[in-house]
Structures are given as C-alpha cells and as structure tokens.
Design a protein around this ligand. Structure first.
Ligand SMILES: [Mg+2]
Length: 254
C-alpha cells in the first residue's frame, strides 16, 4: 500500500521517515563537516544514529501489502500520532547534544497535534507541522536569525500554511515548504550564531552554513519527495541531491 495522493497518511509518513534516515546516512560526513566548522563535529553521526534507530522501529513499511502484524488494518488505518511519538521518543533517547531534544520535540509535538487522525489534508498537515515548529522554538528558545534549525523550519512552516491556505495540493505545498527551507538554510551562512555551541565562536561563526538548518532542509526535502505519494518507490537518494550543488558544502572553507 503506497501513500495516498493528496493526503498525509501513515504510509506516507513511514516513507518519509525512511527517506530522511537514508538521506542523513548518505550525507552523514557532510553534516559532520559542517558541524566541525562551528560546533563539535557530531551532527551527522548523531542524526544518523538517531534516524537509524527510528527506522528500525517503524512498521513494516509503505510497501507492506498485507499490513502490520499486530492486528491493525495496515498502514492505511494507522493513526499518525503514535508514529510521530515513537520517532520523537527514539530521537530524544538516542541523539545527544541539542539535536536529539529539538528533533524529538518536533516529532512529539507533531504527534500530539495529529493524535488519532489517520489522514490529514494539506491544510491540516500545515497545522501539524506548525505545532511541531512551535514546540522546537519553545524548547530551544531560538528566534529567526539565530543561525539554528529554526531558520529552515520557520519559513518552511509558513510556506506550507500559505500554500495550503491558497488551495495548493499537498504535493505543491510540500514542495513550497522544501524550497523555503533551502532558502532559509542558505541564508544561515552569513549569520552570527546566537544559540548553541556555534554561538561560542561569536563573529567567527559567520561564513558557515548551519548544520541543524541543513539537516532540517533534508527533512523537508524528503517530505516533498514522499508525503504526497507521488514518489512512492523512488524515495531514497535523489530527492535532496537535485538541490545539492551549493547546499551542504557551501559553508566550507571560510
Ligand atoms: Mg554538534
């Protein structure tokens, strides 16, 4: 059973989390290099460990035609809240530093907002994502422009709401969110960090792309590739790579 077109369902979410895990694994060293420039060189390793743990806890997967083994109706009947809660709890318990609590909070708050729903329209999805982003902002106390993951998350959530509010399809809204995340990520390069370990560097943090904003862009890019169901079966690898030039590596060499 693949993700249904036009709505977010469990099959789509499972495909998304698997695609994000695969993308983080493929780019683990690049993420760590970004963190080496302005942090403690562990972002790629930490996120990879966390997302591999998440992937290992996911139900049989989007291609599991016969559904799950626990008497549920299969991915299509699975409530979204518990899926996100599992992802969030797993990240909190397996990822050190700031990334675990922040990504964990994102998914936990999304899980609370999605609750027992099994499908979400684009507008409802925008609301769920906004709830997650609000949780991250509260937890990390970061504002826009502080050179953190919020700089990618916030414009993505806004683009998602705006697109969904004007009647865009789920696919188009997710695309707009990913593009906004990419723009926000690139805009972190000249910023001086005001939160997290990078803030210890003061002015020297300028000239480097933020690693958390970069992994957040991967999260939104893989969402665009998987959630609307249009890319089912080809959700690994290529999605973020299309936008790779100037992406991950642009913070290097400063
Ligand atoms: Mg770090």
């Amino acid at each position: 059973m693949s993700a249904a077109a036009g709505v977010v369902d469990a099959a789509g979410v499972i495909a998304w989390l698997r695609a994000f895990a695969a993308e983080v694994a493929a780019r683990r060293d690049e993420l760590t290099d970004l963190d080496a420039a302005i942090g403690d060189a562990d972002h790629g390793v930490n996120m990879d460990r966390g997302m591999q743990a998440v992937a290992a806890k996911l139900p049989a997967g989007e291609a599991g035609a016969a559904g799950t083994s626990s008497g549920e109706a299969g991915p299509a009947g699975t409530p979204l809240g518990p899926l996100f809660k599992t992802a969030g709890m797993t990240l909190v318990s397996t990822v050190g530093g700031a990334a675990g609590p922040l990504y964990g909070t994102l998914f936990l708050e999304m899980g609370k907002a999605a609750a027992k729903r099994t499908t979400l329209t684009a507008a409802e999805w925008a609301g769920v994502v906004s709830a997650g982003v609000a949780g991250v902002r509260m937890r990390g106390k970061a504002q826009a422009g502080d050179k953190t993951m919020v700089d990618a998350l916030l414009p993505a959530a806004e683009a998602l709401r705006e697109a969904a509010g004007s009647g865009a399809s789920l696919a188009a809204a997710c695309r707009a969110a990913a593009d906004a995340a990419a723009e926000g990520m690139r805009a972190t390069t000249p910023l001086v960090a005001r939160k997290g370990r990078a803030s210890y560097l003061g002015e020297r943090s300028a000239g480097h792309q933020d690693p958390g904003a970069t992994s957040t862009w991967l999260l939104l890019e893989t969402a665009a590739a998987t959630l609307a169901g249009g890319a089912a079966g080809e959700h690994t690898g290529g999605a973020a790579g299309e936008h790779a030039p100037g992406g991950l590596a642009s913070g290097e060499g400063g």
